[in-house]
Design a protein around this ligand. Sequence first.
Ligand code: BGC
Length: 430
Amino acid sequence: MVLYSRKPNGPIRNRTCSYTAMCPLLARSLREKWGFLHLQHEPGPRSTLSVMMPRRLLLAYVSGLVLTGGLLLAQATSSKSGVQQQPFGTQGGRPVNLYTLTNSHGVEIKAMSYGGIILSIRVPDRKGQFADIVLGHETLEGYIPNPPYLGAIVGRYANRIANGTFTLDGKTYTLPKNDGPNTLHGGVDKTFNKVVWDGEPLKGKSGVAFTYLSKDGEEGFPGNLKVKVTYTLTDENELVIEYEATTDKATPINLSQHSYFNLAGEGTSDILNHEVMLNADRFTPVDKNLIPTGELRPVKGTPFDFTSPTKIGARIDDTYDQIVLGHGYDHNWVINRKGDGLTLAARVYEPTSGRVLEVSTTQPGVQFYAGNFLDGTVTGKQGHIYKRRYGLCLETQHFPDSPNHPDFPSTILKPGETFKSKTVFKFSTK
Ligand code: BGC
């Protein structure tokens, strides 16, 4: 758009051109306020403005408008990114809130205080078309019950504890069993996926903090455990998850996030066409109850070698013993790492949409679960039926059953210590 002043090639014209192009609001405001100005797309007849308004005054006026336009623009951008809280029903007599996180690229994540569940993640494909890429439900009621743990925070101990028991400081603890002989994802009743957390929007960020006090003895675990999990959506299209916990008695702790991803769009297809890279030279083989045997087995030469990108479907039904025991991929990989910092654990690429998911973490392991136990009994968003292998989980974590494996990295949190871990899910396209 071109604004003509007395000197068509002078500074006013140039500056105004770029500002009006950047800010249609400003252009409209100029048009409304100065109806006598020529605002047009092609060079045209010169304005009589110069006769009506001295040049200095014109400059001051334009500068004022530019400033207002800039402020409006800044406001419009910031109102796009941020966090919104809204009531989302009640559970067990407690109000549940829904938090909508948005960033300046239009990426949107919805999470609620019940189970810290992530309900949806909307990201663009390579053509800029947005889709929801996680399995889930539209309502709170849809998650009650939630046998596959769709989108939830899992704990106090994510993954399995063999025979629902462990010994700590000479005392044996017994946990409720919910997976054959084992305890899976923390037990039965007051597990982290089933309780109402306190939610608090993060100030000045597109994020939310969830806190929960897991009482001494809850689900058989020792110690009052204060847990905080924050979800932050960045302008780099990352979902940053930070976990923090303290206790007043020594306790095992293993926290993870149980979102099922389908980068083609939730409910549309299985995930066998997704290409996966896992930054891991070893994995932890399991017995028939999916409990690690204790071995750290090299992936080389096995269907567990994802050190270069490979389609999930290529070997998921192999006759290799571990594939048979897991009914496909449902194992913990030992992340290759140097030091304790954030390290790339996995990269997933879906060829039709071009969507890419990168997972980095401070944790030692990642459970790659290919949704083998989804069986079409859960109907999710938009009536979509979640069939076998319609979603994949990348659960960053400590190794399963660590309290019974003194050789594995320790999961024991002691009074006076703070448990901290961080996982970043980064969304992009190629
Ligand atoms: C486990 C699977 C289990 C799923 C849902 C995953 O973390 O590895 O075996 O079926 O959670 O409970």
